[in-house]
Each structure stands twice: as C-alpha cells, then as structure tokens.
Design a protein around this ligand. Structure first.
Ligand code: COA
Length: 200
C-alpha cells in the first residue's frame, strides 16, 4: 500500500512528520499537490491528484478545499486514513473520524466525537465531550473547552480559547488569540477579547 498525503505545504509536511513518528517506515509515502507535481518534497515524489490510487489523507488547512478534494478521492473509492502523532493524547471513549489528523502535543480529552477530515494541530487542547463536525480545524495552541461544538468547516485560530458549551457555527473562523464567550454565528469571523465579529 501507498499513503498519499494530499497537500505538500506546511501542514502536509507536518502530517508526514506524524507518519514518520508513528514508525511505519516500511510503507511508501507520496505527496500529492497539483502545483508541485513532478517535484520532490522531503525527498518524496509529488504527484498530481489524478495519480492518487490508494489510501490518502488531505492535509490542507482550507476547509473548502479539504472537503472538495476528499469527496473527489472518496468518490473514486479510495480510503481516507486517520493520522495521530504518537505524542498526542486521545482520551477514553473519544472517536476520531476517517481522514483526521492529530499532531504532537495535542490533548483531546475523553468522550469527544470528531468527524471526518478534522485537523487538530500541535499544542492544542480539547475538553471532554466536544463535538467537532467534518472538516473542522484547530490551529496551533488553541484551547477548546468541554462540550463545545465546532460545526462543519469551522476553524479555531492559534492560541484562541472557546468557552465551555458554546457552538462555533458552520464555516465560522475564530481569529488568533480570541476569547470566545458567546456562540459564533455560521460563516462569521470573530476576533479579540472578548471575541466580536471582525470588521473587514
Ligand atoms: C482573523 C483573521 C482571519 C483576519 O484576517 P484578515 O481579514 O486578513 O485581517 P487583516 O490582517 O487584514 O487585519 C485587519 C485588521 O484586523 C486586525 N486583526 C487581524 N487578526 C486579528 C486577530 N486575530 N485579533 C485581533 N485583531 C486582528 C488587524 O490588526 C487589522 O487591524 P487594523 O485594520 O486596525 O490594522 C486572521 O488575522 C487570523 O487571526 N487568522 C488566524 C491565523 C492563525 O491562527 N494562523 C495559524 C497558522 S498555523
């Protein structure tokens, strides 16, 4: 079998770090990235998306691109692989969906449900009973308290905090360093302490 890491950018390479740390060095790994096809990343071949023909993980931060690419590959009958760095902690009764990635020093507490193609970056915490819908993203250093719901495609930025029991709506984006004290409406960007809608 070959594992294809879709996206040869920063998160793709960090996902490869997690694969290496997990220690299965016998399995071939390739990157897939239409912009870098034919080149090499970390000494590994980079292929075009059309050439992916085995298990894959989409390691692209943008949730819309992640959803589109994973749907296309799954539509071709390919299987998404879940990658967990061995230095991440996954609590009892927590379930990770297919295609999700959890990097080093993430602490995902007990009884959480993570959907498909979720990305949990390094130095993050998720409290107990969190529910993360498909293609959600928790960026480095963010702290999500217990029983929070991140709806489909929501992102929590670096070093942000989301108070317990709140909902971050579908496609919403919590800016870096924000402290979220109220539910965040769908497709809204919030920043600051306390977090408020971001005037662009
Ligand atoms: C919230 C965010 C999406 C806004 O992006 P943007 O619309 O491109 O914002 P801009 O950089 O154009 O900044 C617009 C204004 O918002 C302010 N601003 C931007 N991000 C902010 C944040 N997180 N908190 C507070 N203010 C912020 C800027 O200072 C600027 O203010 P000014 O007009 O008074 O100078 C982005 O700044 C952010 O926080 N992204 C998350 C980054 C992250 O976590 N990266 C991790 C990578 S691994």
């Amino acid at each position: 079998m070959t594992l294809f890491i879709v996206g040869a950018g920063g998160f793709g390479r960090e996902t490869y770090d997690a694969v290496l740390a997990a220690g299965d060095s016998t399995e071939p790994v390739m990157f897939c990235d239409h912009a870098l096809a034919g080149e090499k990343t970390r000494g590994l071949p980079v292929v075009h998306p059309d050439e992916v023909d085995d298990d894959f993980v989409v390691a692209i931060s943008d949730p819309d691109a992640r959803a589109r690419l994973s749907a296309g590959l799954e539509g071709r009958g390919l299987t998404p692989r879940t990658i967990v760095h061995p230095r991440a902690v996954i609590g009892p009764e927590t379930v990770l969906g297919a295609g999700s990635v959890v990097l080093a020093m993430a602490y995902v507490s007990s009884s959480c449900v993570l959907g498909r193609h979720v990305q949990i970056s390094y130095n993050t915490t998720l409290g107990h009973d969190c529910r993360l819908s498909d293609v959600t993203t928790v960026l480095p250093g963010a702290n999500v308290a217990g029983s929070v719901h991140l709806a489909t495609g929501a992102t929590v930025g670096s070093n942000a905090f989301v108070r317990q029991g709140l909902t971050v709506g579908a496609g919403a984006f919590v800016g870096a360093g924000a402290v979220v004290t109220r539910d965040v409406a769908a497709r809204t960007v919030v920043v600051g302490v306390p977090a408020r809608p971001h005037a662009r």
